[in-house]
Design a protein around this ligand. Structure first.
Ligand SMILES: Nc1nc2c(ncn2[C@@H]2O[C@H](COP(=O)(O)OP(=O)(O)O)[C@@H](O)[C@H]2O)c(=O)[nH]1
Ligand SMILES: [Mg+2]
Length: 256
């Protein structure tokens, strides 16, 4: 759940990398860690087994600086993909503001991808969240591997939700930041709306002290933005978001 402190102008968002075991979730986080400037990121914490598999979760915070007038932090988590770790997955998913589903493009992994997506849907439902209502981006990872499905086939077979998708080769960094940006943009846009709403509530609250507080910069910034829901995003939806001022600010925080 987005944590925001309106008076201190702070926002904390949680993004969870989900997907089957070995699809490349931890690799995504490692690349984000390597390429994010040191003063904008915290440590990457990995709790792994001897075979270097995620046992509990990987975690990394990123400071985005000011976005829409709020000091903004992203907290990135990965889940363990192996089926028997479902209770851990569910715990890590709790309070997520956005999800990046890292799919394995290999033909033989199609069933595992579908099962993991179904598992995501079920675990979200247990928290009372419809998968169509949460910012969700699918990454088609491992595009460099032999025997992979073509993107249109992946779209047809797996992306039945019609969410934005990004092809990737995570170890080379290809597609890693575009995926994170697509998801973070959707999350931040949703946060901005909540911040705006909180500001309005503050203005209409009964306390004279609160009435004097001025939240208008956020409301003004967000007023002109389109209000399409996440479930209505077309495949190119996140590209359109690139033009948003909120996104430009976010983009500057990362090294090219
Ligand atoms: N060839 C190739 N290997 C990848 C790719 N992404 C991840 N891997 C490898 O797949 C293995 C599992 O990756 P990992 O990030 O640990 O998967 P996780 O279980 O989803 O966290 C590692 O050996 C990675 O180097 C990719 O795009 N291409
Ligand atoms: Mg992992």
């Amino acid at each position: 759940m987005v944590q925001f402190n309106f008076f201190r102008r702070e926002v904390n968002c949680k993004i969870v990398y989900y997907g089957p075991g070995l699809s490349g979730k931890t690799t995504n986080l490692e690349v984000v860690h390597q390429k994010t400037p040191g003063n904008n990121r915290g440590d990457l914490t990995c709790i792994s087994t001897e075979q270097d598999r995620t046992l509990f979760f990987d975690f990394m915070p990123i400071e985005l600086g000011k976005v829409a007038g709020m000091n903004t932090k992203l907290r990135l988590f990965t889940v363990p993909g192996q089926p028997f770790y479902n209770s851990t997955r569910k715990l890590v998913l709790q309070g997520a503001d956005g999800v990046i589903f890292v799919a394995d493009s290999q033909e033989k992994k199609i069933q595992e991808n579908l099962e993991s997506l179904k598992n995501l849907e079920e675990n979200l439902a247990e928290y009372g969240i419809n998968i169509r209502d949460i910012p969700l981006v699918i990454q088609w990872n491992k595009r460099d591997m032999p025997n992979i499905l073509e993107i249109p086939d992946l779209e047809r077979e797996i992306n039945y939700l019609g969410v934005p998708t990004v092809p990737a080769v995570a170890p080379t960094g290809e597609g890693v930041f575009p995926t994170l940006k697509a998801c973070a943009t959707m999350v931040l846009s949703s946060v901005s709306k909540k911040v705006e709403k909180a500001g309005q509530q503050t203005l209409t609250s009964s306390s004279p002290l609160q009435k004097r507080t001025n939240p208008t910069p956020i409301a003004k910034t967000e007023e002109k933005k389109p209000t399409a829901g996440f479930n209505n995003q077309n495949k190119a939806g996140f590209n359109q978001n690139k033009k948003k001022p909120i996104f430009k600010k976010f983009e500057k925080k990362f090294k090219k």
